[in-house]
Design a protein around this ligand. Sequence first.
Ligand code: NAP
Ligand code: MG
Length: 500
Amino acid sequence: MTHPAATSAPGRLALAERFLHYAPAPESRSIVDIRPAYGLFIDGAFVEGDGERFSTINPADEKVLAEVTSANAADVDRAVVAARRASERVWSATPGTERAKYLFRIARLIQERGRELAVLETLDNGKPIKESRDFDVPAAAAHFFYYAGWADKLEYAGYGPTVRPRGVVGQVIPWNFPLLMLAWKIAPALATGNTVVLKPAETTPLSALLFAEICQQADLPPGVVNILTGAGETGRLLVEHEGIDKVAFTGSTQVGKAIARAIAGTGTGLTLELGGKAANIVYDDAPIDETVEGIVNGIFFNQGHVCCAGSRLLVQESIAEEVVERLQRRLSTLRLGDPLDKNTDIGAINSQAQLDRIRELTAAGEAEGAQRWSATCELPERGYWFAPTVFTDVSQAHRIASEEVFGPVLSVLTFRTPDEAIAKANNTPYGLSAGIWTDKGSRILWTADRLRAGVVWANTFNQFDPSSPFGGYKESGYGREGGRHGLEPYLALATEVDAA
Ligand code: NAP
Ligand code: MG
């Protein structure tokens, strides 16, 4: 029998509020043993660095998790020398079949220590445990499994029979997917016979330090992987070090450009994975319920700290009102709070600096005349939080339509014709990703053909697979990571070898 209250919409909502109450379900943090202080991982061992210490905090409560070391110039030098030695004496001469075994072992250890990694990632980053547990950690393991498969087949990858590693690779990664970005960087580098010096982001160093332990556990030869913690200056020292043969960077366009300028003319290889401002295009024939779920996944996954987030919703005018209304209703059901709670959908913003940036850009959105709507949810007193927010009446000139917010903020624009959708979608300095929602396959192909974006998702969003290349156009960077294409930047190809 239908409950009388369930026959009206407000009644249904009140009922849902009464019965769909979630009791707290926190994941235990006892599985993780966080040390009070960490050194640097150089040449297979944790060593004291020469630089200063800084603390990494849990952005959900602002409590200090551990002290870590800021690697200085002497530390960077030590790590690069260790990586060079490992490259020349051990790793480049290790057959692909053997390298594959190490990668495979690392992948298995990531799985075995999956809960530990997930809890640690959530503590250090602020992302919901259900995301670190069900996405970040399995995807990181999958990358190592995938590239383990390539290690002994490089001569069949389409880059000629005489492929060689480049040598020593310097890698710098951001804070939004600390372990996964590490996997994207380290797995293809090791598979192709390179050695690595990697710097995680200042606010999220802990999963990289646990990964260093995993390298020890896997008996990886000393010096093959080196982890240097530190801030931007450590990253700069690393990428500009003359002992580095190739740089792989993921982060902001601004820093990417500075790196490109700094190493121009040195012969050092460079791939850049930078920011984005993706258009998520919804045609009037799209299945609305699925589309709303896709929009939510596109921009509110990982608090919107996603370079390829669907941050610009382009919706066909005739259905715009309905889509926005359903979207707001759906957002009102998202649970924001303790990232370690298994029911949490929206975790903490990673840092005070990022929260300030989100606040600045959303204030600019209001000042410029866009309509702001934020989900009503209680924000915890301590920590960095931002409620899911949607801007309507957004014009292309608004800052929230062109600049990357990198937070849980969606800008909604409308269009009347497919041509207008394409023009608006491509009207951005970025070109990392895009989404298309429609009932018609032909319309998907027509649209995808015209979008200047490295990845285009159709009737889905934010899907990743290690076998699929990922990368941008324009200010989103250059080079591809993932798949067969992801091997190329780590190989000295025959033409380059001849020229050298
Ligand atoms: P960021 O400031 O560029 O930082 C990225 C990394 O570079 C961090 O490890 C950072 O150290 C380091 N760094 C800073 N200055 C440096 C320098 N002069 N030389 C070398 N390294 C330096 O970016 P973020 O704010 O951490 O991350 C957010 C940005 O990354 C967003 O714009 C997002 O779109 C982009 N992103 C892109 C992708 C992609 O695949 N395309 C993926 C994720 C994120 P600190 O930690 O000390 O700042
Ligand atoms: Mg932290």
